[in-house]
Design a protein around this ligand. Structure first.
Ligand SMILES: *[C@@H]1O[C@H](CO)[C@@H](O)[C@H](O)[C@H]1NC(C)=O
Ligand SMILES: *[C@@H]1O[C@H](CO)[C@@H](O)[C@H](O)[C@H]1NC(C)=O
Length: 279
């Protein structure tokens, strides 16, 4: 018995997917699942690892990264962002592999002066190349309460969600020659750092260090590796968003999107990147 040309790569692919080490649980414990790799005691955990905080002062920011990595899956994190005058701070939450041709899926929250809106910046890197930014305002104040920020990463597409509302879909259009992250397992990272040289309207507003330390809080972390039956189920593979999901996505993109590289004529005078055709 042999495998057809078609079946063999598919089987190897499935084998590889289930070889990867990612396996997390609901309401994950920060102490067990993450390395507190930057900022020393500026990373703090509470309630036996149920809650975590990152802080930043003039000396440094801080960050953590997952011990395990995942090839495809869903990750959710509840975050309460830096309150008050957070201008110049960036809280990032992202998936990334390592190396010069790394893949990366980014959420970055750009702080602002008191009372002014945060910008949620998103990007996707495939084989070391990013330049696929979309930015949004949020429809709530992200510093008042915890909100859930999620990434769904499948071979067919990447979906960014805020409180379960899809805000961005990045499709796999390898058929157009656009690389898509699908071979390198990624870890989950988060950090709080100073970016007052670019994040505040090109560096116009500086971090007010008299307000330091700046602190962001995390809880109810969850990551799920997609299971075998999900990869085999053809219907599931093709499914992106249902009608309600598509309606929510349009609502966010119409009302809250403030930047889309796919409509930035000045930046791409020679023509838009190929994946923008499909946008
Ligand atoms: C900060 O607020 C100003 C004024 O509302 C807005 O133009 C800007 O996009 C906001 N975000 C950042 C990161 O500057
Ligand atoms: C795979 O995941 C789906 C959706 O979460 C679930 O309904 C199904 O029972 C899971 N199958 C296995 C074999 O774990």
């Amino acid at each position: 018995m042999g495998f057809s040309h078609y079946e063999l790569p598919k089987m190897l692919f499935i084998f590889f997917v289930f070889m990867n080490s990612c396996m997390f649980s609901y309401g994950g414990n920060f102490i067990q699942e993450f390395d507190f790799n930057w900022g020393g005691n500026k990373v703090k955990s509470f309630n036996g690892g149920q809650i975590l905080s990152l802080s930043m002062d003039k000396l440094s920011g801080s960050g953590f990264q997952s011990k395990k990595n995942c090839l495809f899956g869903r990750t959710d994190m509840q975050i309460k962002l830096v309150t008050g005058n957070s201008a110049g701070t960036v809280t990032s939450y992202y998936l990334s592999s390592k190396g010069p041709t790394h893949d990366e899926i980014d959420f970055e929250f750009l702080g602002n002066v008191s009372g002014e809106p945060y910008i949620l910046h998103t990007n996707v890197f495939s084989q070391g190349k990013g330049d696929k930014e979309q930015q949004f305002y949020l429809w709530f104040d992200p510093t008042k309460n915890f909100h859930t920020y999620s990434i769904i990463w499948k071979p067919q597409h990447i979906i960014f969600l805020v409180d379960n509302t899809p805000i961005r879909v990045f499709k796999n259009v390898e058929s157009l020659g656009v690389p898509f992250p699908k071979n390198q397992p990624m870890k989950i990272y988060s950090s709080l750092w100073n970016a007052d040289d670019w994040a505040t309207r090109g560096g116009l507003v500086k971090t007010d260090w008299s307000k330091a330390p700046f602190t962001a809080y995390y809880r109810n972390f969850y990551a799920q590796k997609f299971n075998k039956s999900q990869f085999l189920d053809a219907k599931w593979q093709n499914q992106e968003l249902d009608a309600n999901g598509r309606r929510r996505l349009r609502w966010v993109q119409r009302n809250y999107m403030i930047y889309n590289y796919c409509t930035d004529y000045k930046r791409f005078p020679q023509g838009f990147p190929l994946e923008c055709r499909n946008f």
